[in-house]
Every structure is written in structure tokens, then in C-alpha cells.
Design a protein around this ligand. Structure first.
Ligand SMILES: NC(=O)c1ccc[n+]([C@@H]2O[C@H](COP(=O)([O-])OP(=O)(O)OC[C@H]3O[C@@H](n4cnc5c(N)ncnc54)[C@H](O)[C@@H]3O)[C@@H](O)[C@H]2O)c1
Length: 331
């Protein structure tokens, strides 16, 4: 029998790519999403890619009672909990919205796991837990710094709750760096229903709308003055989830905290140049002021994920930028 995996936030950006990967590897994913930042159409697109029906329930994960009543909890082997709000800058303006949704949904999921005796949890954390790191690249042992935004605070709190909770024995906390790109079919990708905040969607938007791209600050203490990040293809992020689930099912060690990135620091100006070269297109940009909540530079050491999961990113930044632009052009 195929293993049933509940995927909260499964119509979202990383969630939808993970659902495709789960199906590809023979799992039976069941999606729960309130569509606050995605569309129901994503389901039919996943079905088109996988040539398989996908179960979907439109529910808010903070509503524990409604979750409990869903007819899905028999024989669940694991939960991947993506559902959360994710905009750093929006969280600065609406901290309460972020705290109640991101922490509230995790609490409800943990109670469900206890109630239905579900053993395995994979949680979406973020490199934002490292704040402005003192030393680069960051390893999982790097210090958890003062949160630079309410969003980062929610990820730190959620990690703490999972680690200290008696509701679960087996968990994997994945700290993603900067997922970019889209599925090669261009049927799923990052939707950006609200104002985009991440660099690649901002680049695409500026090209599509023939507007200027604003680079937020060139006076950081980095090699070219712009912020440095670790960009990784979203399909490689997705495959890490399947690898870690398999590990949770089979290994004795049942607690993982892992960095998921490409282990390369790339500046904003370098990424713009790489986007131009990969897609043979000009980006019209201008330097503007720094943006509140942005970390100066961060990139990962992912040796632990490679060692524990035998997971290795397979796609280049160039491929991710080609896939991202194809997705934008076709949608
Ligand atoms: N994309 C990134 O750059 C990035 C980086 C690090 C960590 N993360 C984390 O990864 C996870 C997925 O991110 P994403 O980029 O796919 O975001 P996304 O917004 O595309 O997907 C999140 C999904 O969760 C849903 N959702 C939000 N709150 C919900 C709730 N209370 N109940 C049910 N559904 C809810 C949204 O409708 C959306 O479909 C999030 O937890 C995010 O914080 C993302």
C-alpha cells in the first residue's frame, strides 16, 4: 500500500513541487491548504504533471477542530507542514498576523499528531533563524541570533516548540535557504498573488511590466555592496523532503535539523547578471535604500544533509533562472 503523507500548504510554491516529488516516488500525498497564498488550479496542474488524482481539502490549519474532523487521518505515515505566511517585509508591518498563523497552525498540527498518533513531522524552517550570522557559511551548529523580523521569530519559536514538544518523537526541521525556479513543465511555480518580495519574482515582474527593479542597498559589507544569499532550485528543495521522510521511516535517529541550500553565496547584482545571461534578456535596475528586515549575507554549509540523507542538489542556478523565467512567461 502506498504511504499516505499529509502536506499542509501543498498548493503553495515549495509544497506543490514536493507533492509532485512525493507522487513520483510512489507516495500518496493529501493536501490541506486554505488558499490564502495559492490557487485551487494548482491541483489540476499537479494532476497534469503526475497523471494522477490528488486529494485536496480547503481548510485553515489554525482551526484544530475542523482539521480533526477531516476523514483523512487513518494510516497517515507523516505530515509535511509547509502552511505559513512567508513575507519578511509583510511580517514587519503585521507581526500579529504572522505570529498567530505560523505558530497557531503548528500547534494545531502537533495536537492532531498526538490525537491520531502520527509519528513523523517534517517542518519548513528557514535560514532566517540564523539572523545576521557571525561566521559564514552557516552550519546547523551556528548560533541562533536575535530575529531580524517577526517572520524569523515565528520560525525560531516553531523550532523550539517542536524540539520541546512531547507530541512527537520523530521530526525533521529543514532550514531552507532561497528556493528559486519552477518545475520544468512550467505548470507550477511561485505564484506571487501578493506583492512579490523575493529577488527572482521581482526580476521577472520588472521585465514583464517593463518597470524598474529596485536593488535594496549597495552599501552592505559584501564584495559588491549588495546582499548575499544562497539560491537553490525548488525541485532540489522538494527532493530533500522525500529523502528526509525515508530517513525518518527507516533510521534509529529520529531527530534532524538540516540546512537545505546550494552552499554558494551569490550577491543580488551577481544574480541579476546571471538571470540576464541565462535568459538572454536585459534587467533594468536601480539601486535604492535598504529594506527593513534584510540580512546582510548568508549562505549554507549543507554537508550534514548530504551525509545524513545522501541528498545532493542536482540543478544549477542557471537552470533555476531559466525555469523561473519560462514559468513567468507561460503564466
Ligand atoms: N519560499 C521561500 O523563500 C522560503 C524560504 C524559507 C522557508 N520557507 C517556508 O517554507 C514554507 C512554504 O513556503 P512557500 O514559499 O511554498 O510559501 P507559499 O506561500 O507559496 O505556500 C504556503 C502555502 O500555505 C498556505 N497557508 C498559509 N497559511 C495557512 C493556514 N493557516 N492554513 C492552511 N494553509 C495555509 C498558503 O495558502 C500557501 O498555499 C513556509 O513555511 C515558508 O515560511 C519558504
Amino acid at each position: 500500500m502506498t504511504k499516505k503523507i499529509i502536506v499542509t500548504g501543498g498548493t503553495g510554491y515549495i509544497g506543490s513541487h514536493t507533492v509532485v516529488e512525493l507522487i513520483k516516488k510512489g507516495y500518496n500525498p493529501v493536501i490541506i491548504d486554505n488558499l490564502s497564498n495559492s490557487k485551487k488550479e494548482v491541483i489540476s496542474r499537479i494532476e497534469k504533471i503526475c497523471k494522477k488524482k490528488v486529494s485536496f481539502f480547503k481548510i485553515d490549519c489554525t482551526k484544530e477542530k475542523k482539521l480533526k474532523e477531516l476523514p483523512i487521518w487513518d494510516d497517515v505515515k507523516g505530515i509535511i507542514h509547509f502552511a505559513a505566511h512567508k513575507s519578511v517585509s509583510e511580517s514587519v508591518d503585521f507581526p500579529k498576523k504572522y505570529l498567530s498563523n505560523n505558530i497557531g497552525s503548528l500547534e494545531a498540527i502537533l495536537n492532531i499528531m498526538k490525537y491520531y498518533k502520527i509519528e513523523n513531522l517534517v517542518f519548513s524552517s528557514s535560514c532566517t533563524v540564523y539572523g545576521n550570522p557571525e561566521k559564514l557559511p552557516v552550519t546547523e551548529k551556528s548560533k541562533i541570533q536575535e530575529p531580524t523580523s517577526p517572520y524569523a521569530l515565528t520560525k525560531q519559536k516553531c523550532e523550539e516548540i517542536i524540539i520541546k514538544s512531547s507530541c512527537i518523537n520523530n521530526y525533521a526541521i529543514l532550514r531552507y535557504f532561497n528556493p528559486i525556479g519552477a518545475h520544468k513543465s512550467s505548470l507550477i511555480g511561485e505564484l506571487n498573488l501578493n506583492k512579490p518580495n523575493n529577488l527572482v519574482p521581482l526580476i521577472s515582474k520588472s521585465i514583464k511590466e517593463k518597470t524598474k527593479l529596485y536593488v535594496y542597498g549597495d552599501d552592505y559589507n559584501t564584495h559588491d555592496g549588495t546582499c548575499v544569499r544562497d539560491y537553490i532550485h525548488v525541485c532540489d528543495v522538494a527532493s530533500a523532503h522525500v529523502k528526509v521522510l525515508e530517513k525518518l521511516f527507516t533510521s534509529n535517529k529520529k531527530k534532524y535539523i538540516l540546512n537545505i541550500g546550494l552552499s554558494k553565496g551569490v550577491s543580488v547584482l551577481e544574480l541579476i547578471k546571471q538571470f540576464e545571461q541565462a535568459n538572454n534578456i536585459k534587467v533594468n535596475y536601480e539601486i535604492s535604500n535598504r529594506r527593513e528586515g534584510d540580512v546582510e549575507q548568508i549562505y549554507a554549509n549543507c554537508k550534514l544533509a548530504e551525509k545524513e540523507l545522501k541528498w545532493f542538489p542536482e540543478r544549477s542556478i542557471k537552470q533555476a533562472l531559466i525555469d523561473a523565467w519560462n514559468w513567468e512567461k507561460n503564466n
